[in-house]
Design a protein around this ligand. Structure first.
Ligand code: G6P
Length: 490
């Protein structure tokens, strides 16, 4: 089977370079190894891209990375508009932040259709397409409209909200109907899948028994595939990073003081304001903790041209400065707040230096930082994970200290509990979490989804793919991938 993986953001960074977002970082090593072609946005836009798509292709492990320049006229409406100002807030149950227009929706559909046409050139008789995330809810339907009968899988990295909340998205019905073009629709948790099926049942009136939906496209199977990490690799990074200058400088600067760490994109779904408030409250209620613990909050900036993100960046900068102003001393600062990214290797070293990991989103599909923090710990002296019950990871990492991120007092108390937890309890909790991480790695996630996709398609398939003629690349001259690797072409 030839696998084509599609996501808006792609990555070619190595473990030694900073990466943005859990999705691209998680996919990179498995895609590299699988020999798949990974197709995504180049981050550039071009006038006339729709008429004459332009891709840069380079080798990626055993496969290839193909980056498309997107149509200039539609990029803003697609990415900042419909994807990140309508779908993202709704998927994270923030319908109050939806801010979009009909033009944004048209641009979103245009970019989905643009990707579908661009993907035709990667199609072989035994190709399967695996589409990632909310940027491409309608891409499967666009591929079907072009006559593609190959296996089509979709995985949602974010939560899927309650039925009436998704109903707050303009054109919600068309979008979910379009999603049923996929043979297999994957979710992070049972709760997400159940919410989706409740929408399909309630709003579309389709039978959803056993997670199987029959629509005009045929059968779609809806299933749960919790994404994992490579815990052995993370542990190795953490051990190696101990001598990295950033990590040893941090350790020296702590002077024996304990450290709590948070690593997030600046996003309203991450609960950063509540977390900082909880840290503030802990220092106010338990002043004896001053000078014995500080917080390192790494907060990478993202989607900054969207108003809700710009506002949050300003709010956080002010909040950190207020807290440091109130609790700081001439030789002690409670919060170090950094708006820059770090490589996975350095991050692993920073996680291992911290006695407490704070992962407290208001809503999160999975949250791989939670898993990475656990995997990076020193087995003989592990730190404690404080984890929001609203992160998908809480389903598996149930021996973390689970918190309600809306209960600031409760979080403040839990952070203090984590700081004083005895070694035996820390080890028992950590070992239970490590066992879960080892039982569901990123490699398992990838293999399980691909296998389920093949099975779902066999059930669905009316016409064997092998008997279909391969359509010539309708938009671009045929060029073999091998020849295209490392070159730019039209
Ligand atoms: C989340 C989404 C990803 C996205 C990432 C970074 O993890 O699920 O699809 O790539 O955030 O966001 P960005 O908009 O910077 O790609």
């Amino acid at each position: 089977m030839n696998l084509v993986v599609v996501s808006n953001r792609v990555s070619r960074a190595s473990a030694n370079e900073p990466m943005t977002g859990g999705l691209a970082a998680a996919l990179l090593p498995v895609v590299e190894k699988s020999g798949a072609i990974w197709v995504g946005s180049s981050g550039r836009v071009r006038d006339g891209a729709q008429k004459e798509p332009f891709a840069e292709i380079e080798a990626l492990g055993a496969g290839a990375l193909a980056m498309l320049d997107l149509p200039a006229a539609h990029y803003g409406g697609y990415y900042e508009g419909f994807a990140n100002s309508a779908l993202w807030p709704a998927l994270h149950s923030r319908t109050d932040l939806i801010c979009t227009s009909h033009d944004d929706y048209q641009s979103y559909r245009e970019v989905n259709s643009f990707f579908a046409r661009a993907l035709l050139r990667f199609r072989k008789p035994d190709t399967a397409f695996w589409i990632q995330d909310y940027h491409f809810l309608a891409l499967g339907a666009e591929l079907r409209a072009l006559g593609v009968t190959h296996p089509l899988g979709f995985f949602l990295h974010t939560p899927w909200p309650a039925r009436d909340i998704f109903g707050g998205v303009p054109h919600h019905r068309e979008l979910v109907e379009a999603m049923l073009a996929y043979d297999l629709i994957g979710f992070q948790t049972e709760g997400d899948r159940d919410n989706f099926l409740s929408y399909v049942d309630g709003d579309l009136g389709l039978d959803t028994t056993g997670g199987v939906v029959m629509s005009r496209y045929g059968v779609s199977r809806c299933a749960v595939f919790p994404i994992g990490i490579d815990p052995a690799k993370f542990a190795a990074h953490a051990a190696k990073a101990a001598s990295h200058p950033d990590v040893s400088r941090l350790r020296r600067s702590l002077n024996g003081e304990k450290l709590a760490i948070g690593v997030d994109r600046v996003d309203y779904s991450k609960g950063l304001v509540n977390r900082l408030d909880a840290f503030d409250r802990m220092l106010t209620r338990q002043p004896q903790l001053k000078r014995s613990v500080s917080l390192l909050q790494i907060a990478t900036l993202s989607r900054g041209t969207i108003e809700a993100y710009g506002d949050l960046q300003n709010q956080l900068a002010k909040l950190v400065s207020d807290i440091n102003g109130r609790h700081g001393e001439v030789d002690w600062t409670p919060i170090r707040y950094l708006n820059k990214g770090f490589s996975q290797t350095v991050l692993a070293g920073l996680y291992r230096t911290a006695q407490v990991g704070l992962v407290t989103p208001l809503h999160d599909g999975m949250n791989l930082v939670a898993k990475e923090y656990v995997a990076a710990q020193n087995p003989v002296d592990p730190g404690v994970l404080v984890l929001s019950k609203y992160a998908g990871a809480a389903n598996e990492l149930d021996t973390a200290l689970l918190v309600n991120p809306h209960d600031v007092d409760g979080m403040a108390r839990t952070i203090a509990t984590a700081l004083s937890m005895p070694l035996l309890e820390r080890r028992m909790r950590w070992e239970a979490m490590m066992a879960k991480l080892r039982a569901g790695t990123i490699q398992d996630w990838f293999a399980d989804f691909v296998e389920a996709l093949q099975q779902a398609h066999v059930v669905n398939d009316k016409t064997p793919v092998e008997t279909l003629p391969v359509e010539p690349a309708v938009l671009w001259p045929v060029q073999s991938l091998g020849a295209g690797v490392g070159s730019r072409f039209h």
